[in-house]
Write a protein that binds this ligand. Structure first.
Ligand code: PEP
Ligand code: MG
Length: 885
């Protein structure tokens, strides 16, 4: 029989799949003996069962009743009893943290009777009525589906009627009246009464939290964070404690280290006389945690001790939610805290220094995406002007964009390709689409733990929050600061590391981390931490890391970034600009002599290209790929040409003879599906002299570099092979040219000749292809294109967003390798290739070579190296190290 409910005392942190992150960690804190209000967890399994059948899983309500009874026995109070009632909170808590995305219902157990009991036990009638009206409101919206705006309106009407400026101006009688108004509202909207039975409230609240797994904003968040849709959420049912019982009560959030910078020291926000939700929502501005030492010294000391216990136990940054009820501390939540990229590296390095984690673990705590984020540019300090406003540096980085004042506008402009900064008083989960679309988020209220800050950090979006000097006027779509008015559409610059907002577009400069890769300078602890992680990664990784580069400058930069060679030197860019003319001449040639002249003119230029790159990568392998794209890409646009010729004819004159020849060639070479047409090796086999010219250029460049005292290591790579026959034919020509150049130069020029594996047929016949190939390089861009039948140039715009929405996949297969399909072809090719030719050297040079998740896959299948763009080289090195742990 499946079990759906676990008491806190029965679980532990290793059960996050089943109990959700929140539930598992509450169980862990309970086990550690920390002061956790007792409770129990309904499992994710129950949620999945509920979501798949639409009905309550059999036995669930019985289990909940049993656990509730146990809770009541231990507390000596019953849920919603008349006097001093036990009340519970019902919260969502999935495996992965999804801050504010799902529902929470507090004060479950209150009804017309128990509200009086609560008033008595708390000695505060207003507080009891306010709690009751919050429950009716939350339950009405979340469980009974009443539009939340109706409750807000009723509250506004009441305030107006009694002349109250805010909620605090409402007394107990007003609030009791509001409860009645709310109940009436529910009856009117649903035809049903607000349930008075505490047990019914609890059962229904649990199911409503399950249901909230599928609300739109939660789905959107999951898509963005690549969290699978089928995990479901657990539900935590916990005894209520109150932070809003007067000045010696309050709620707060604490971090064992600064989650923005990683600096050590206790850090957090506290709000007196408030419930937890008030702290996170940023409704009122919080005070720094230190203030708690003054307000409730004992609770503060205990919190500090608990934080030490937790950090030592989890051996990582912990974030904590707590409540102080009349001077007594309660721990409501902990988890290994989210952090910025900067903090991740700094903390990992510090924990290793403190002996809490090993060097391997420290490396495992950082991620290639975080490193990539640290390599983004920052504002140029010398160009920074007087800030418009200051706020809390909530999520680091620098961004420039047009100010917009609501989520929809951010989305609209974002889709039109504009960079925007979303400016809000505070954000709510409903702002998520706009937050995703924005380059930066700016709020006038809330601290580092406000919704805006937490979400922005999670997404790596720049954020400044709590910029109190600014007044946001959403209705008039502008904000004011001092005498300055910033209208919608005005460009501003936001520095999430310094917490500053500037007028206009501040120029950006390279990051200190990039400078470190360039120069080896280590000016601060962050760069130091990055350097340490890189060193360890390089020490443990098995995969080599090369770069895709086709200029000496890129090659040199890649080398400074740690590339151990070039895995893909594309030659097509070498045929552009002035050289187009020569390519045209080659294509238009009427006879061999004319074509040879064009090729001969190209030869020294190509030799020079290769020589420069071989020089920049001296001593390291440089894989040069023969020309890949269809030749007509080098000819003028067909339509333009046709119009030119037709216009000349219409004007009665003779069209330019060259144009006519060109048009003829373009028409002849036109293909409906050029990506599946005359390109890659096919071109080499059909266009006479092209392969020979390129190979000669490589071989002569090798000779030239050797004569200059260099150590050139060129490799020749044939693209888009389908069958070994193609490779055999090309090789004959390659070998002949290499032999010719060797003889001419009087030295052996023996470049290894290999092939790309980028078509399914090639992968499936890799064993045969390996007979002719000295190395393989997986072209996973084309392999993905041809395996899925997705045009790599069109699909992302055409329908990927719909596919992501529908959950066909959670990430584009062009970004992260599709292990099950494309990955399987890679595995087959690796296995069969090596079986045919033991020790066959293999790498990957598609975009996936720089994608963290894919790097782990390539490590696992046993490739020798990955090759990626120069800027991704450090990321690939780091991830190759992490993959080897
Ligand atoms: C590939 O197909 O993965 C590849 C590296 O080649 P290109 O992107 O140039 O087609
Ligand atoms: Mg390709």
């Amino acid at each position: 029989m499946v079990r759906y409910v676990y008491a806190f005392a029965e679980g532990g942190r290793e059960q996050a799949d089943l109990l959700g992150g929140k539930g598992a960690n509450l169980a862990e804190m309970t086990r550690l003996g920390l002061p956790v209000p007792p409770g129990f967890v309904v499992t994710t399994e129950a949620c999945r069962a509920f979501l798949s059948t639409g009905g309550e899983p059999p036995g669930l309500s019985r289990e909940i009743s049993d656990h509730l009874a146990a809770l009541e026995r231990a507390a000596g109070r019953r849920l919603g009893q008349r006097d001093d009632p036990l009340l519970v909170s019902v919260r969502s808590g999935a495996r992965h943290s999804m801050p504010g995305m799902m529902e929470t219902i507090l004060d479950v157990g209150l009804n017309d009777d128990s509200v009086l009991g609560l008033a008595k036990s708390a000695g505060d009638e207003r507080f009891a009525q306010d709690s009751y009206r919050r429950l009716v409101q939350m339950f009405g919206c979340t469980v009974m589906g009443v539009d939340g705006a109706l409750f807000e309106q009723a509250l506004e009407d009441l305030k107006r009627d009694v002349g109250a400026a805010d909620d605090l101006g409402l007394n107990a009688v007003d609030l009791a009246g509001l409860v009645e108004t709310y109940k009436e509202l529910i009856r009117r909207e649903t035809g049903e009464s607000f349930p008075q039975s505490p047990a019914e409230q609890l059962q229904r609240a649990v199911l409503a939290v399950f249901q909230s797994w599928n609300v739109e904003r939660a789905r959107l968040y999951r898509r963005r964070e690549h969290i699978p849709d089928d995990l479901g959420t657990a539900v935590t049912v916990q005894t209520m404690v109150f932070g809003n019982l007067g000045p010696d009560s309050g709620s707060g959030v604490a971090f064992t280290r600064d989650p923005a910078t990683g600096r050590s020291g206790v850090y957090g926000d506290y709000l007196a006389n408030a419930q937890g939700e008030d702290v996170v929502s940023g409704i009122r501005n919080t005070v720094p945690l230190d203030e708690l030492a003054r307000i409730a010294p004992e609770a503060y000391e205990q919190l500090r001790r608990n934080m030490e216990t937790l950090e030592a136990h989890y051996r990582d940054l912990c974030d904590i939610e707590f409540t102080v009820e009349r001077g007594r501390l309660w721990m409501l939540q902990t988890r290994v805290g989210k952090r910025t990229a900067e903090a991740a590296f700094t903390i990992a390095s510090a924990l290793a220094d403190e002996g809490l984690v090993s060097a391997d673990e420290a490396l495992d705590r950082v991620h290639g995406d975080q490193l990539a984020r640290l390599m983004f540019p920052r504002f140029d300090a010398s160009a920074v002007r007087e800030p418009l406003a200051h706020g809390v540096p909530a999520s680091p980085g620098a961004a420039v964009g047009a100010a917009v004042f609501d989520s929809a506008e951010a989305v609209r402009r974002g889709e039109a390709g504009e960079k925007v900064v979303l400016v809000r008083e505070e954000t709510t989960p409903d702002d998520l689409p706009g937050m995703v679309a924005a380059q930066a988020i700016l709020t006038s209220r809330g601290g580092k733990t406000s919704h805006a800050a937490v979400v922005a950090r999670g997404m790596g979006t720049v954020c400044v929050c709590g910029a109190e000097e600014i007044t946001v006027d959403t209705r008039r779509r502008r904000f004011t600061v001092g005498g300055t008015v910033v209208e919608e559409g005005t460009v501003i610059s936001v520095d999430g590391s310094a917490g500053a907002v500037y007028p206009g577009a501040v120029p950006l400069v390279d990051s200190a981390v990039v400078r470190y890769f360039e120069t080896g300078e280590r000016p601060d602890p962050l760069v130091d931490a990055v350097a340490r992680a890189m060193k360890h990664a390089d020490g443990v990784r098995r995969l080599g890391v090369r770069a895709n580069a086709d200029t000496p400058e890129d090659a040199a930069r890649a080398r400074r970034f740690g590339a151990e060679g070039i895995g893909l030197c594309r030659t097509e860019h070498m045929f552009l600009g002035d050289r187009r003319r020569l390519v045209e001449a080659m294509i238009l040639a009427d006879d061999d002599a004319e074509r040879d002249r064009a090729l001969e003119a190209l030869l020294p230029l190509q030799r020079q290209d290769f020589s420069g790159i071989l020089d920049a990568m001296d001593g390291l392998p440089v894989t040069i790929r023969l020309l890949d794209p269809p030749l007509h890409e080098f000819l003028p646009d067909r339509m333009e040409l046709a119009v030119r010729v037709a216009t000349a004819e219409a004007q009665g004159g003779a069209p330019d003879e060259h144009d006519v020849r060109l048009l003829d060639a373009v028409n002849r070479m036109h293909e409906e599906n050029p990506m599946l047409g005359l390109r890659g090796v096919r071109l080499g086999l059909v266009a006479p002299g092209l392969v020979a010219m390129q190979v000669r250029a490589v071989a002569e460049a090798v000779v030239e570099r050797r004569r200059a005292g260099g150590d050139p290591r060129a490799e020749i790579m044939v693209p888009l092979i389908d069958t070994v026959e193609e490779l055999r034919l090309v090789r004959e020509e390659v070998d002949r040219v290499l032999a010719d150049v060797s003889a001419e130069a009087g030295m052996p020029v023996d470049c290894p000749v290999g092939t790309m594996i980028e078509l399914p047929r090639a992968a499936l016949t890799a064993g045969l292809i390996a007979e002719e190939a000295e190395f393989f390089s997986f072209g996973t861009n084309d392999l993905t294109q041809t395996t899925w039948g997705f045009s790599r140039d069109d699909v992302e715009a055409a329908f990927f967003s719909a596919y992501l929405d529908k959950g066909v996949f959670t990430v584009s297969p062009f970004e992260t390798i599709d292990r099950k399909g494309v990955g399987r072809l890679v595995e087959i090719a690796v296995r069969e290739g090596r079986a045919a030719r033991p020790g066959l050297h293999m790498g990957v040079c598609g975009e996936h070579g720089g994608d963290p998740e894919s790097v782990h896959f390539f490590h696992t299948v046993g490739l020798d190296y990955v090759s990626c763009s120069p800027f991704r080289v450090p990321v690939a090195r780091l991830e190759a190290g992490r993959a080897a742990l």
